[in-house]
Ligand binder design. Sequence first.
Ligand code: BG6
Length: 307
Amino acid sequence: MKFPGILTKNILMETTGEISLPAQVKLLPGHCGLPKLVIQISHSSAEIYLHGAHITDFQKTGEPPLLFMSAASRYETNQPIRGGVPVIFPWFGPRAGQPAHGFARQTSWELESASVEKNGEVKVSLRLSETSMPADWRAAQLRFSVTVGDSLTMELSVTNRSPDKSLSFEDCLHTYFAIGDIADVSITGLQGAPYIDKVDGASTKQERGAAITFNSEVDRVFPNASGSVEIHDRKFHRTIVVEKSGSASTVVWNPWIAKSKAMADFGDEEFKQMICVESGNVGENQITLPPGKTARMKVILSSRRVE
Ligand code: BG6
C-alpha cells in the first residue's frame, strides 16, 4: 500500500518499492479516509493517525481502552481530533488569529520508521516535515515516537535547527483518559501543588485536598509539577499511572456540563467518561532552546487492576 508523503527510509522490510511494515503494524484508511497506523501485539493494541500524529487508541488485552475518544470527533485535515493524545505545539491555549493549542495537532505528520523491539514492543516514529509547518516555525524539527507494549510510551522531541537564534515554545501531550464515571474518579500526585485556576480568572491557588475529585468544571495548570500522577477509577477497578520526564507542567481538565454543550465536537454527556491529565511545558515553563539543541519530553502511561 502506498501513501504519499510517507518516508520509506528506515522502514523495515521494504519490498518492490512499496512500504512493508512489520506484521504487527498496518497502515489503513481511518475515519474520513485519513491514514492511520494500527498496531497489534500479543498484550495490547493501538491506533495512531498521521493527522496530528494523534494516538486515538491504546488498549491492553482484557482491559477497557486507556484513552477516551469522543464519538463527535471530527476527522478533517484542518481540524484537531477530539480525544486520544493531541500533540500540542508550539503554543498552549488560544492565540489570536491562530489555531488554539498550535498547529501540530492539525497537520499531517510523516511516518519515519516502524520496528519491533527485542522485547516484542512496537516502536513507531513520526516527524513533522519542514514544509508543512508555518514559515516562522521551520527552525523547529519535531519527532514523536510511540512505543506500544504493556504500557504506552510517548516521546516528543523538538530540535532547534537555527544556527544562531534560540527557539521558544510550549508543548503538551494533551491526554484524554477513558474512565468509568467522573463521579468515581480521583487524582493523586498533585497534593499541595500551586495551580492556575482557569475557571476562576486564572487566579493562583493551592491543591489542598488529599486527591482531586470532580463535581464542576476543572481546568487547572500546575507549573513546576514534574512528578507522576495517578488516576484512581473505582468503576473500572483501574489505576492509571502517568510518569514523565522533560515535562515541568501538568494540566488537569474536565469540561463538565456547560462547556461540553458548547463544544461542537464533543458529546453533551461525554464529560462523565473522560479526564485529561496533560503533560507538557506551558506558561512559565515554556522552553527556550539554544541553537542546535534538542528538548525531549517522555510520558509513560501504564495501568493496574485494583479490586
Ligand atoms: C485544556 C485547556 O488543555 O484544553 C482548556 O486547559 C481547554 O482550557 C481544553 O478548553 C480543550 O481545548 P481545545 O482547544 O481542544 O478545545
